[in-house]
Design a protein. Sequence first.
Length: 482
Amino acid sequence: MRIENIFKLALKDLKREKRNIWLCSVGIGIGIWFLTLTLSGIEGIKKEVEREINQIIDYNIITVYPKLPEGEEGSSLDRLTGFINEKELNEIKKLPGVKLAYRPYDIPSSIIEFAGIKLPFVQFEGVPPEIIGPLQRLQIKEGRFLEKENETVLAKKVARIFRKREEKIVGKEILVTPIFEFSLPIEIKGKYEYFPDIKLPPIKLKVVGIIENSDTFSETSSFSPTTNFVHLNLAKRLWEKAVSKLKIPSVVEIYEYLKKQALSESEVSIPDELLWQRAEEKYEEAKSQLLPFGWINVVAEDKDDVKKLTKILQKKGYEVESAQMMIDETSKIFFVLEAILGFFGVVALFASIFGIINVMYLMVTERKKEIGILKALGAKNRDVYFLFLLEAVIISLAGGIFGIVGAFLSGKIASLILNFVLRGKIGEEGILGLGVPSFSFCIPLKLILIALLIAVIFGVLSALGPARKAACMRPVEVLRNE
């Protein structure tokens, strides 16, 4: 028999076997529905996590931490307390794929004065003007991004406070009092404070823009949605000015203080060698306050360069962090979840196979006469075998399609309910001001094709036995009995 004739005959037979087709399709469809719904749910969560990561750390930004001395091992804290010097920074700038590399500076706490309002505890991030291109998350709501050192860009939430008094703030000058906070390892009363705040004279900055979402992109701040931006050179100059005013005790002063403290608090005398050692350690800790951040930010030319630069920097001994690395790590976790839930989905399909096999055997039994006539008219064993396998493929495809459509509709309904509950519990501002997570079931084309392929495979496996039984029937015996 020709293939087109077998195909026409299979469709004709399936039209007569509606009840049996429905039973088989439901068995396959339920398994595919569960498999598709669970995997699409994980895919949706994965997409949302990637979106949230890119909101916190921009995709093109790589944070580079100092490398440890050769042969030494250390924790992340050791790298945080290390320092990338200017020579290393210049070498990194020359690497292929690097658009920009700079050491971050920020003003952790400031007072803004405008329109009769004083707003304390305002943070400014120092950034180079060229950063506006790579940082896609910086959405200018009004005005433009900063270009000069006497300009600033405010977060939407900060600008809103001043707009209660005056409608327009873009183009106006604000008075900013920079405040830098330091932490010394020792406090000598009356001379050196433990947590000294260096308050600099007020400066005037022109507001040139307002940012819709100013979530910070580096480790230099607390990922606050109220972070504002100033020119990197200005932030660096102000930090250097604050450091010049910072007073730290000498080794001798620390030693004398520790000796005096030991005599008053301890009955056991502490050796001078130990006191000198502690004094030198405290002095080194205090001296570290005179250094800027030890790590740097590297901006890649494009997304393809992020992975290349990551590998190059890691080979050189640096520890790096980027949105891509975080996404890769979360992808590993989601892969494990997909494997576990996919396994349960396949188990559900295996359970449905036994029902489908019984239905297929029933179809063979009911169609003995038809099979006998086909073979009497010249149909070969392989033709009958192929006929039943083709019917199984059509049935399993129909069940797979029903399962995918059911998963899509179920996912849409579940997404609406989950997002409604999340808005009610979290509020419109969301977590860390990043907005409410938008959960959705994502069914990519790859998942649809895999689900249909699995449906066909399981449908064919369940039809192998019944198809072989039908193919091996002898027409004389079948027609005599019928």
